[in-house]
Design a protein around this ligand. Structure first.
Ligand code: GCV
Length: 720
């Protein structure tokens, strides 16, 4: 362990030393620890932290100690000594609370009772007449989280006098789901190849694995599912388990457990049995043995994530059984070890009248039928990570089941790796949605933090956007959504602005004339993308299979619901999917009063209009324009906003690192090009139905619809 930590330290130290001399390539994420540039703050911090004292020497405390060495030395620009006794003023004291002379005088017992096993306290204290800043917790991992928080306060130039911080996570399992394949590719991965090198593991521990753990611990992520939900069963064989165990060892000090995606047919595919029927005792024994073997390699293995009976994956329906029967099979096998099962609700068949209704129809009747160590993992919307969807109605419909959220951080449907889209506003929109399950105020956040229905096994997962690219996410702004996911998993009440502000300060600069413009870009970026891709509730109109660029004309798939035309339903009368009572009646899956609100053409929020209604082209919108004109205005506004982002970004030249600035400049150029492409292709396509002119004053597309329909993208990522 020590060897691993030292490698990390020397790497980061080396990088920090080099950072002044060379261009920033994004590798250091938000943990840059560059010298504080504000002289007043620097003086204040140097005066408050003359030394630090760390109690303990567990691997986790060692990780905290090393982070303090790197962080304080880098931020304060001087070697801050570590001391072993409290014999000076202005010392930072770090350690797990215990009955020792050091902690005895501190009146923190009642606060410690409130923060659970992962929370922490940071406070200013006088000990034996000496002034100190204390970071403490009930456990070592709480201390490590507290250290990261304290360092963040310095990085973001907060006031560190008179502190009294009490912090703890609202959600228990805060997971990154990696859709990484064993051959090194990543499903929907836009940042190069997989971060895991299965060839060189278990011996070769890339420094990147350690930095991955540091970054995740710094935002409180405590679980990683290592492989794709389209699961290769070989991950559960000895060959891979020793490699998984090596990663688990790296992550352990940072409080991160590993989880694996299980293939439901593993008993057959690994060559042992002829069936995977959950009711067959041989199958049950097979899973028990398999789980026993996994725990023999990884004693703190977290559990399984399963995609069953979806997009070709096997599952319990193959045996005429329910999803609960399948989940409980694995749950029973893993329960003796304290493991859990995350069972995905992303289940659908290809020929449903309305795919958006399926998950609810399949899972709602199973409420209360899942074992207590199962969490049902539900995508934020009823379909599939669209730029905007209403929340999945399952969040308001299964009070007797542990429900966890699945967000997608990787931007499959949001411009993929090259676009600048800060996802906190999307995450927040879902978390703040009111399900009305128990009257007003029954938000999705309260469902998944367990407070609404009294659940203690709670979780939130983000499909990772991390890859082997030097800057981890392909585009440095991708890091901001990873960061936002972790911060919201810890505290869903944070605002998008608070999160953006922190990230900008740590990534680019604490200067107001840098923060404000970047904040503007970030906070508007999600709405911009909605405008030029899928305004007014349109959805699923992407290029076939690679999901790259516009493809509203796609109608050739033998799976009806893989066609764009299935979703937008444009015809000579209008556009949109009628999900009202007279249509598919998906509105009835929402609790009152939402069913009525979504079901009423007049009251339905514009942002979901075409999700729930088939609306005539000439329908008068709230501001008096026709639907057709409004659609056009949104598409054109989307492009204008990207150009505005470019202008704002260009104004930052010289104020931030050139390499970072130039990289984003080029990405925004790609985004502008794509926004124009989306706008022109969609407006021309929908015009073939509306037969109405593009509103006056808006420039006409300079290419034909045929041109856009004929574009091919052999190098677009995302199809493997
Ligand atoms: C992992 C969508 C994506 C698939 C993904 C699937 C899922 O359909 O396009 O690549 O597969 O969601 O979430 O399982």
């Amino acid at each position: 362990m020590k060897r691993i930590l030292l490698a990390a330290v020397s790497l980061v130290t080396l990088i920090s030393c080099l950072s002044v001399a060379r261009a920033d390539d994004g590798y250091r994420l938000w943990l840059k620890y560059d010298l504080i540039s504000n002289p007043r703050k620097l003086d204040e911090y140097r005066a408050a932290i003359k030394a630090f004292l760390v109690e303990g020497n567990s691997p986790t405390i060692e990780a905290a100690r090393h982070e303090l060495h790197i962080g304080l030395d880098g931020l304060l620009g001087a070697k801050i000594p570590e001391v072993s006794r409290l014999d000076k003023n202005d010392i930072l004291i770090v350690g797990t609370y215990r009955h020792s002379p050091l902690f005895e005088g501190m009146k923190v017992r009642s606060k410690l009772d409130r923060i659970g096993p992962e929370g922490f306290l940071i406070f200013t204290e006088k000990i034996d007449g000496k002034s100190a800043t204390v970071v403490t917790a009930n456990t070592d991992i709480g201390v490590l989280y507290g250290v990261f928080r304290f360092l963040r306060m310095l990085q973001t130039e907060q006031d560190i006098r008179n502190l009294d911080i009490v912090s703890f996570p609202r959600i228990k399992l805060r997971m990154l789901d990696h859709w990484d394949n064993l051959n090194g590719t990543v499903e929907r991965g836009y940042a190069g190849f997989s971060i895991w090198n299965w060839h060189t593991l278990p011996i070769y521990i890339k420094p990147r694995y350690i930095d991955y753990a540091r970054a995740n611990a710094s935002i409180g992520i405590n679980g990683a599912v290592l492989n794709n939900v389209n699961a290769d069963p070989r991950i559960m064989t000895r060959h891979y388990l020793v490699k998984v165990a090596a990663l688990a060892e790296v992550f352990r000090p940072y409080g991160i457990k590993v989880y694996l995606c299980a293939n439901f047919d593993a008993p057959i595919l690994l060559g042992d049995l002829k069936t995977a029927n959950p009711l067959d005792p041989k199958v049950q024994d097979w899973w028990k043995e398999k789980v026993k073997e996994i725990y023999s390699y990884i004693p703190d293995f977290g559990g399984f994530l399963v995609k069953a009976n979806s997009e070709g994956q096997p599952g319990p329906s193959d045996y005429g059984l329910t999803q609960a029967d399948g989940a409980n099979l694995l749950a029973n096998a893993i329960r003796p070890y304290g493991g859990i099962v995350m069972w995905r609700a992303f289940v659908y068949t290809y020929n449903a009248k309305d795919r958006a209704k399926q998950a609810y129809e399949i899972f709602k009747p199973l409420d209360g039928k899942f074992a207590s160590n199962v969490l049902l993992q539900i995508k934020n919307g009823p379909l599939d990570f669209q730029p905007r969807e209403p929340f999945s109605p399952l969040f308001g419909a299964m009070p007797h089941t542990n429900l966890m959220m699945e967000f997608q951080i990787t931007m499959e449907y949001l411009g993929q790796g090259t676009s600048t889209v800060f996802l906190a506003p999307l995450f927040k929109e879902t978390l703040e949605s009111d399900t009305y399950a128990k009257g007003k105020g029954s938000t999705v956040a309260k469902v998944i933090d367990g407070s609404l229905d009294g659940h203690t096994l709670t979780g939130i997962a983000g499909v990772s956007n991390i890859g082997a690219d030097r800057d981890w996410t392909g585009n440095e702004f991708g890091q901001s959504s990873w960061y936002a996911f972790g911060r919201l998993a810890w505290n869903p009440n944070l605002t998008s602005k608070e999160i953006a502000n922190e990230w900008i300060r740590m990534t680019f600069s604490n200067r107001e004339d840098v923060i404000k413009p970047i904040e503007r870009i970030m906070l508007q970026s999600r709405e911009d993308v909605v405008n030029y891709m899928d305004p007014l509730g349109l959805n699923m109109i992407f290029g076939y299979n690679n999901h790259y660029g516009p493809g509203p004309w796609v109608d050739w798939s033998s799976h009806p619901d893989w066609n764009s035309t299935y979703y937008h339903r444009a015809d000579s009368v209008g556009v949109g999917f009628d999900r009202t009572k007279t249509g598919s009646d998906a509105v009835s899956q929402y609790n009152p009063p939402l069913d009525k609100e979504f079901g009423s053409l007049k009251r339905c929020p514009d942002k979901f209009l075409l999700w729930f209604h088939h609306v005539p082209w000439k329908y008068k919108m709230k501001h008096g324009e026709t639907l057709w004109d409004d659609i056009c205005y949104h598409y054109y506004a989307g492009v204008d906003s990207v150009r505005e982002m470019q202008k704002i970004w260009n104004s930052l030249k010289g104020k931030i690192d050139y390499a970072e600035w130039n990289s984003e400049r080029m990405y925004l150029e790609i985004q502008e090009h794509e926004a124009v492409w989306w706008r022109n292709a969609c407006v021309l396509y929908f015009q073939t139905f509306s037969k109405m002119p593009i509103p006056k004053g808006l420039p006409k597309p300079d290419k034909t619809l045929k041109y856009y329909e004929g574009l091919k993208f052999p190098n677009a990522p995302g199809t493997w």
